[in-house]
Design a binder for this molecule. Structure first.
Ligand SMILES: [Zn+2]
Length: 431
């Protein structure tokens, strides 16, 4: 077997394509099986081969290093969602992600004619490069040459020489204007550095909170509707329209002030990641230099907001004082309390009943507050309830649980000076 290491920045699919051509293998799997048997003949194999683990072992590097040097995953999976309760970080060497890197769906790839010519001269073979496949990149960073778009089924596994002459230079003379724009140049720099500098995927929640906070400070709109301009309006203002249209086709129909998911989705969603290019574009607009943007991306703070649902489900997390407070703030309305605490209505109902607090409609809640105020001002409990159309049993059950401090703190109920005891509720007075 011919076993040669991957070339600098060579994408995994391209490397596999090259190895298959060298060793006359017709499928990826045939190549992996042959390679494994050839390199590690004594190792028994009865599980699926993870190509990244196999190749990393052959070439003496860690699987993660291999992924970071030879797949688009650091960029494709720049922003992900994962369950923080279950995993601390995403493992890009997992078969699930490796399969993404190996998926045979890419039918368009880019190459630089000057790189091909140079490769032929120095290496005697030409190869694809990751950096040319980055979204939003139109020119070779090394030669400044316009990239060639090459289309074919599963194109990266093909020999680039087959395309070097036939492909169309799909860009026109607007390319220079587009690429010389300082904001585009910044985007390109950020995208190219990302391949090497971000070691771990970023949680979508962290990045969206960061962009949102920035937008707020800039007085940009962070809601679907409103009058202030959006981040997408800023993009239209700062970038050549042609470049935007080429790399963010949906920007073609952008209207001022209209929420545009291709960019505004970055601050809008904390759950569903948008395309990596959208986040790169957002950071391009946010920072004046590519270094600042990369540093900010590498040092994003975790935006973990304590999940109310979890905090409140912990044993002992809810003492009756907390319960009374939230009950008073929401006037005993189960639905409102459930919404505030991000818990189900059924669960809240159960907790309130267990604590001896009545579950009320909005109207009944307002009536109880009024009755309590009247009662506290010296009215008898019967009279206070009658005047306020409150249910006396509900008022009584509430009074049994609440403390004096709750009243002054939350409902601003001042004690009638005639009432004597301090800090202890008087038992209801009956006529
Ligand atoms: Zn080049």
């Amino acid at each position: 077997m011919i076993v040669r290491p991957p070339l600098p920045d060579e994408p995994l699919a391209a490397f596999i394509g090259r190895m298959k051509r060298n060793n006359l293998c017709s499928t990826d799997n045939e190549l992996f099986v042959n390679l494994a048997e050839y390199m590690f003949p004594k190792t028994a194999r009865n599980t699926e081969i993870n190509p990244v683990e196999l190749l990393a072992k052959i070439y003496g590097m860690t699987p993660l290093f291999f992924v970071r040097q030879h797949t688009m995953l650091p960029l494709a999976k720049l922003v992900v969602w994962f369950d923080r309760d279950k995993e601390k970080a995403v493992d890009l060497t997992h078969q699930r992600y490796v399969n993404v890197a190996l998926r045979k769906s890419q039918n368009l790839a880019y190459l630089c004619r000057d790189c091909v010519a140079e490769d032929m001269e120095f290496r005697g073979l030409a190869y694809w490069r990751r950096v040319h496949q980055l979204p939003g990149i139109d020119r070779c960073a090394k030669h400044g040459t316009a990239l060639l778009g090459c289309s074919s089924r599963d194109v990266l596994r093909q020999n680039p020489l087959a395309f070097a002459d036939t492909s169309n230079q799909i860009f026109d003379d607007q390319l220079d204007d587009m690429c010389d724009n300082p904001v585009v140049a910044r985007y390109v720099q950020i995208a190219e550095s990302l391949l090497a500098e971000i070691s771990q995927p970023i949680h979508v929640e962290d990045i969206s909170v960061h962009i949102r906070e920035w937008a707020r400070v800039q007085n940009l709109r962070v809601s679907l509707n409103g009058k202030r301009p959006l981040l997408s309006d800023k993009a239209i203002e700062m970038l050549p329209r042609e470049w935007l249209k080429r790399h963010f086709p949906k920007s073609a129909s952008k209207e001022y002030g209209r929420f545009s998911d291709w960019l505004d989705g970055t601050w809008f969603s904390r759950k569903t990641p948008r395309h990596s290019a959208s986040y790169i574009l957002a950071f391009t607009l946010m920072y004046e230099s590519a270094d600042d943007a990369i540093n900010a991306l590498a040092n994003l703070k975790s935006a973990i907001v304590p999940r109310k649902a979890l905090t409140h489900r912990k044993r002992g997390a809810w003492d009756s004082n907390d319960l009374v407070k939230v009950w008073m703030q929401n006037l005993g309305n189960t639905a409102a309390i459930a919404k505030e605490l991000n818990l189900s209505k059924a669960y809240i109902h159960q907790r309130l009943v267990a604590a001896g607090l009545p579950c009320l409609s909005k109207k009944a809640g307002t009536a109880i507050k009024l009755a309590i105020q009247r009662y506290w001002q010296g009215e008898s409990i019967f009279k206070a309830c009658e005047l306020s159309t409150a249910n006396i049993e509900e008022v009584e059950s509430f009074l049994r649980v609440a403390t004096h401090r709750n009243f002054s703190e939350i409902w601003d109920v001042r004690k009638n000076p005639e009432k004597s005891s301090v800090g202890v509720l008087n038992s209801p007075k009956y006529d």
